[in-house]
Write a protein that binds this ligand. Structure first.
Ligand code: KG4
Ligand code: ZN
Length: 346
């Protein structure tokens, strides 16, 4: 043993390869991150304007061993120190998931240590437990990422009630598609966030979909079409397009609806805490305005630091630890499940 751990310490190696980040992390007792290595493939996917699944799988294969090695080195931990392995087994790109899952199974098998396969969306919520050491359920969580938009009541560890979800595009997906139409590149969220600061959010008013009375579901495809129609009409008429105003108006429409539904949901559920999670939780306007609205309604707001908002293995390790101490174990025939649902454990 390189580091001095106590006999009872749980030392988790966590692996995340669900999309375009190859990541490995070492955690002590779930909430103490000893290393969190993230190898992003953004540069490889940029020229295609989005993630190409086949390219992602290949890059994961090339990167995975080095990323795990680096996680161990930075944490000053050897394979022999590990007591537990956690890995994302869904949802995500199946070929990408299989790379991390195979590595995790091989290590768990060789070291004869327990394995926990976990849900990526749930993992995003747990990024908050790493940052806020005293935080625990119950709370309402808004999970907004490139692939998912969920409004969840987390009653206890592992106990979730999904109150609303997107019926079409995820919030991050909408950011990425509109950024592409504006020629801002991939990933679009950070670009729109940056350029929207220079625009007027009220110059162009885009529609917000509220859906049926009382519904906590979201829909962003109408908004996306409205922005694309606006851009086409301006072009056809030979009129100027202010990229900053379009970005600001589009961002406002998304952020307003996310906040309105989250606050309404928290008030109706009697929840006095909201936890923001997922890649879109990095959005500066969402963070600032949700903070203001939560303060107005006496709701405590927590969100992760920027480096834990987007995909990383530390959040996966934290969730795997809580599943482990709840007595859950995955078998070595665990499979990758591209559409894994929240709360499903294998
Ligand atoms: O959680 P994540 O890393 O991957 C998925 O699980 O999907 O989220 C990535 C998404 C991308 O769509 C990206 O454009 C978006 O998060 N994103 C942002 C910001 N930073 C990342 N969206 C809006 N504003 C940002 N600052
Ligand atoms: Zn994610």
């Amino acid at each position: 043993m390189i580091t001095n751990f106590k006999q009872e310490d749980i030392i988790t190696l966590a692996i995340e390869t669900s999309c375009d980040e190859t990541s490995a992390s070492i955690l002590k007792n779930g909430r103490e991150v000893l290393s969190n290595i993230i190898n992003s493939q953004i540069e490889q996917h940029k020229k295609f304007g989005g993630v190409v699944p086949e390219v992602a799988s290949r890059r994961h294969i090339e990167n995975i061993n080095d990323v795990i090695e680096e996680a161990l080195t930075v944490a000053d931990v050897s394979f022999a120190d590990l007591t537990h392995v956690g890995v994302t087994h869904g949802p995500g790109l199946v070929g990408a998931l299989l790379v991390g899952l195979s590595a995790a199974k091989a290590i768990a098998f060789a070291r004869e240590i327990p394995l926990n396969g976990v849900n990526h969306i749930e993992g995003h919520i747990y990024a908050n437990f790493i940052e806020h050491k005293q935080l625990g359920p119950p709370f309402i969580s808004l999970v907004v990422s490139g692939g998912h938009t969920h409004l969840v009541y987390m009653e206890d560890y592992g106990k979730y009630e999904v109150l609303g979800r997107t019926r079409d595009d995820a919030a991050g997906e909408a950011f990425d598609k509109i950024a592409r139409a504006l020629g801002l590149g991939y990933p679009g969220g950070p670009q729109i966030d940056r350029i929207a600061k220079e625009g007027n959010p009220d110059a162009i008013v885009f529609p917000k979909a509220y859906l049926e009375e009382g519904s906590y579901d979201f829909s962003f495809s109408g908004l996306k079409s409205a922005v694309l129609n606006y851009l086409n009409t301006q072009k056809m008429k030979g009129l100027d397009i202010s990229t900053a105003d379009v970005a600001a108006g589009f961002q406002k429409a998304i952020v307003d609806i996310l906040i309105e539904k989250t606050i309404k949901c928290a008030l109706e559920k009697g929840a006095n805490r909201v936890v923001l999670a997922g890649g879109v939780a990095a959005n500066s306007s969402l963070r600032e305005q949700l903070r203001t609205e939560c303060e107005k309604n006496n709701i405590d707001l927590k969100y992760p630091p920027l480096h834990l908002c987007t995909d990383n293995a530390a959040m996966i390790g934290c969730l795997a630890y809580y599943n482990y101490i709840r007595g859950l174990r995955s078998s070595l025939d665990l499979n990758a499940i591209s559409n894994l649902k929240m709360g499903d454990n294998y």
